[in-house]
Structure formats: structure tokens, C-alpha cells
Write a protein that binds this ligand. Structure first.
Ligand code: NOJ
Length: 528
């Protein structure tokens, strides 16, 4: 195991810092709050934390609008707090991964203020400026996320600037060498401070078509789809010239000891996603694979997904699996609390590096947010697109605000927060939290579960079954994705004993050619 880079056998845990732990009573989490909870992270058994942006920001997109890449927003603390946190994590053997947001800055970043000050500004070309279309209006038809033209008219200088997201998030011009040099210096600043890697925001967006051609209409668009899907982003994203840039980022990381990790946030179909490993694996170590979040939750489609993904991976590329993040509905809400446990078992027994979203270890659900409590700008402009429900605070205990804050939490907690809190679940051996912890511990103990080969296992009965094998050790995983009980038969004698079940009380039970699974039950079997 030690021969493999750390990130191949790691479990990554995503922390949305606004919602993890508040220490100063302002209702928003902070770095000192994460510091207070490092023992919990060590107890849970995660190997690395990825912390969403905490840089100075007007918070138009809650930190994904960066006004200074090398500072800490006072809301979250200070650089000293950061250093203390990094040190405390490292002391417990936990790596720290930062969120790097290279596609766009805040419109309040001094670079943009300078760029928009005049057409002759030395930083003008650091952003993407175009004249109006000859026929008037925006230079082309590119759309921003969540809605509207990707072009904003700047009255003072009479040109449009490009923004793939909100108008307050102008896109940097990554064709400009000075932009690249400045952003690589940002990476070095944090690497020098000891960070172990970066999750790179919207990595596939960095380069746009040099000729600014219109995007074609999406023939599959249906009226009920979100507006940004109206066009196919053929020219506004995913351009081949992005790959050499990622290779440059990798080179910056490679200049540091200890295998610093580059993760790419990339929402693309499988065949395009795997291109981001780069030629000869010079790209991202881990392009995030989000497909478990929308796969049809039945054995056949999931098996197909795993097979297709494994088959699409370039030689030597390492898989990534993700069940949730701060932009998507919570897995417990998508699948329900019982199947959620099976999903966690699946995530922790697939080949590759799993990323776990904070609170998912508790089975935290989306919290319904009333219109007047909505905070996410995306939800405010496009009803239904709000990401507040999956960003509510971590329930630590049974007290009124779940131990998250002594003030008023920035988003309300769910009504069920006392029952699912860390304190309550810690005391219950059968809880989701203890199941997650047991899965992490088993995965750490048994390299076959993280690094081993993955093979589908043909079974009678509609269950998802596969084996994981390494160095002569093997595990068999059988998952019932249905609420009804299932008898699952193997075509050979797989004599073994249950090592772990989503349901309490089955550990040690022997099986040979058949197993009766309860509804929503998953088991890990160790052959004997
Ligand atoms: C992806 C981030 O995960 C999301 O939260 C953000 O709004 C956009 N990128 C823009 O930075």
C-alpha cells in the first residue's frame, strides 16, 4: 500500500466551511471551527479534507467569487488560523486540500477593477472582452450558469466581458501568459504553506473557443430543463487547449515533495471526462466522477456505469467516485435513509478514491428552505436551482442549533437534527455514522477494498454483486438496491462469513452459495 501514492488509498471528506462549525457566534462556520472538530475527523477515519473556498470574497457565490487568492476572509478567520488548522490536521495524519477557483474572480478582485478601468489597462487582457455583435447586443449566444447571457456590458469602456457564472464572476483569460503565471504563484503560495492538493473549480471551462463561435442549440432540450441546457456548450467550454494548462498546473505541484494532488471538477460525459487525465497522465490525478449522483439506482445501470467507466479510463489512470457535494441534492434525500446506507457501502467498496460530503456520514437530508430563508444566488434567480438545502449546518448534538453555533445559523437546521446528530449516532452501534466509520476502518485495513481489482459477480436475483481482490485477499460485496428482501444465489460455492452489513447483527454469519438479503441491505463477505 505504501508504494501507491497516498491519494489512491485515501478517503476524501468535503467540508463546506460556512456550515461545519461556528466558533464566534455569527452563525457562519469558520476555520477555528474546523480546528475544533479535527478529532472528530480523525475518529471518523478520513484521510484528507477538501475545504471549499475561504478566501476574501464579497460572497456573491459564497466564496466562489474570489477577491484575493492568498488571504482568508475575516468571516472564516486569519492566515494564522489556517496554519493552526493545517498543522492540527497533519499531526493527525489528515491531508488538506484547498479549493482553487481559476476560471473566474470576483468583480471586486483588484485585477478586474484594474482591467475594467480602461481599454488600455495593462490588465485588460487578463479578462475576456469583446465588442458588441455587429448586429448589436452580446458578442455571441453563450449562456452563463444558472441563467442568461454569458456577456455583461461594461458601460464605462463600452465592451462586454465574459462570465460563465454570475455577472459578478468575470472569467479570467487563460490564453494570457501573465494570468497563468499569477495563478501558478497562487498555487505555490499555498503549497509553500503545506497544502497537499487542490480541487480545481470548473476545470473544463478555462479555455473558450478562440473564434468565439456561437454554441449550437441542444436538440434534446425540453421545456422543463434548466435554462443553461438550451445550448450545447461546444465552443464555450471543454476546448483541447485546456489540457496543456492542466499539465502546467501539475508541473507546479510536481515541484513539491509528497505527491501533491490535483482534482478536477468536471461535469462532462464519461468519454470527455477521462480526457482530463491528460496525455500520458499529465492532467488531473482525479477528474471527479459524478456519475453515481444521477445513475438510475438499479443493479444493471450501476454495473454498466462501473464497467463503462473502468473501460474508458486511460492506462494507469486512477478512478474517482463521488456521491454528493455542495451543488447537488443530498444522497439521503435522493435515495432515502435506508438505501443511503447501501450507497455508502457501494462508495467505500469501489475501486478508486471516494469523496464523501460532510454530513453524508450521518444521513443528513436536504433541508427544505422557505423562500424568505433562501441564500443561494442561483436559487434566487432560477426557482428550483437553489443549493441551500444541501448546505445546512452539521448537527453535532441535540441542542437547539445542533452545537453548530451559539448564534443564529445562516441556514435553518432540519427538524430531525437532534436524532441524527453526531452525539446521538455515536452512541448507537447501528447508526449510519457508525456504519460509515466501520466502512472507512475496513477499507483502511484491507487494501483490496481500495486498491484491489474490481470484478462483477454474476448472481441469481436482482442484486449488485462484485468482488475486490488484491494480494491474495478477496472480498465479495452484495448489495440489495430494493426495499423488498432478496434471495441471492451464487453459481459456485463462495464459502465465507459476513464481515460487515448495513444491518446490525449479521457480522460473522456464514454463507456459501446463497444469501438472503433484507430490503435495503448490503453485505461485505470475506471468503474463508
Ligand atoms: C462549481 C462550484 O462547486 C459551485 O458551487 C460554484 O457556484 C461554481 N463552480 C462557480 O464557481
Amino acid at each position: 500500500m505504501s508504494e501507491r501514492p497516498w491519494w489512491q488509498h485515501a478517503v476524501i471528506y468535503e467540508i463546506y466551511p460556512r456550515s461545519f462549525q461556528d466558533t464566534n457566534g455569527d452563525g457562519v462556520g469558520d476555520l477555528s471551527g474546523i480546528l475544533e472538530r479535527v478529532d472528530y475527523l480523525a475518529w471518523l477515519g478520513v484521510d484528507a479534507v477538501w475545504i471549499c473556498p475561504f478566501y476574501p470574497s464579497p460572497m456573491a457565490d459564497f466564496g466562489y467569487d474570489v477577491a484575493d487568492y492568498v488571504g482568508i476572509d475575516p468571516l472564516f478567520g486569519t492566515l494564522d488560523d489556517f496554519d493552526r488548522l493545517a498543522e492540527a490536521l497533519h499531526r493527525r495524519g489528515i491531508r488538506i486540500i484547498l479549493d482553487f477557483v481559476p476560471n473566474h474572480t470576483s468583480d471586486k478582485h483588484p485585477w478586474f477593477a484594474e482591467a475594467r478601468s480602461s481599454r488600455d489597462s495593462p490588465k485588460r487582457d487578463w479578462y475576456i472582452w469583446r465588442d458588441a455583435h455587429p448586429g448589436g447586443g452580446a458578442p455571441n449566444n453563450w449562456q452563463s450558469f444558472p441563467v442568461g447571457s454569458a456577456w455583461e456590458f461594461d458601460e464605462a469602456t463600452g465592451q462586454y466581458y465574459c462570465h460563465s457564472f454570475l455577472a459578478t464572476q468575470p472569467d479570467l483569460n487563460w490564453r494570457n501568459q501573465s494570468v497563468r503565471a499569477a495563478m501558478y504563484d497562487v498555487l505555490r503560495f499555498w503549497l509553500d504553506r503545506g497544502v497537499d492538493g487542490f480541487r480545481v473549480d470548473v476545470l473544463w471551462h478555462l479555455i473558450k473557443d478562440a473564434q468565439f463561435r456561437d454554441d449550437p442549440p441542444n436538440p434534446h432540450f425540453r421545456d422543463k430543463d434548466p435554462p443553461h441546457l438550451r445550448l450545447l456548450p461546444l465552443h464555450s467550454a471543454d476546448q483541447p487547449e485546456v489540457l496543456p494548462i492542466i499539465a502546467e498546473m501539475r508541473q507546479v505541484l510536481n515541484g513539491y515533495p509528497g505527491e501533491r494532488l490535483l482534482i478536477g471538477e468536471i461535469y462532462l460525459p464519461l468519454e470527455r471526462l477521462v480526457a482530463y487525465y491528460g496525455p500520458n497522465l499529465t492532467g488531473a490525478h482525479l477528474p471527479f466522477n459524478f456519475n453515481l449522483m444521477w445513475v438510475d439506482w438499479r443493479p444493471a445501470p450501476i454495473l454498466r456505469l462501473i464497467r463503462d467507466y473502468e473501460a474508458a479510463l486511460p492506462l494507469g489512470a486512477w478512478p474517482s467516485w463521488v456521491l454528493g457535494n455542495h451543488d447537488q441534492r443530498r444522497v439521503a434525500s435522493r435515495l432515502g435513509p435506508a438505501q443511503d446506507r447501501v450507497a455508502m457501502m457501494l462508495l467505500m467498496t469501489l475501486r478508486g478514491t471516494p469523496t464523501l460530503y460532510y454530513g453524508d456520514e450521518l444521513g443528513l437530508k436536504d433541508v427544505p428552505i422557505q423562500q424568505h430563508e433562501m441564500r443561494d444566488p442561483f436559487g434566487l434567480v432560477v426557482p428550483g436551482q437553489g443549493r441551500d438545502p444541501e448546505r445546512t449546518s452539521m448537527p453535532w448534538d441535540e441542542s437547539q442549533n445542533g452545537g453548530f453555533t451559539t448564534g443564529r445559523p445562516w441556514l435553518p437546521l432540519g427538524k430531525d437534527h437532534p436524532a441524527i446528530s453526531v452525539d446521538v449516532q455515536k452512541r448507537d452501534p447501528g447508526s449510519m455514522l457508525n456504519l460509515t466509520r466501520a466502512l472507512l476502518a475496513l477499507r483502511r485495513r484491507e487494501p483490496s477494498l481500495s486498491l484491489g481489482d474490481w470484478e462483477p459477480l454474476a448472481v441469481e436475483g436482482d442484486a449488485l454483486a462484485y468482488t475486490r481482490t488484491a494480494g491474495g485477499r478477496r472480498f465479495i460485496i452484495v448489495l440489495n438496491l430494493d426495499t423488498a428482501p432478496k434471495a441471492v444465489g451464487f453459481d459456485r460455492d463462495l464459502a465465507g462469513a459476513i464481515e460487515l452489513s448495513t444491518h446490525p447483527g449479521r457480522v460473522g454469519e456464514r454463507i456459501s452459495t446463497r444469501i438472503e438479503l433484507r430490503g435495503d441491505e448490503g453485505v461485505i463477505i470475506k471468503p474463508t
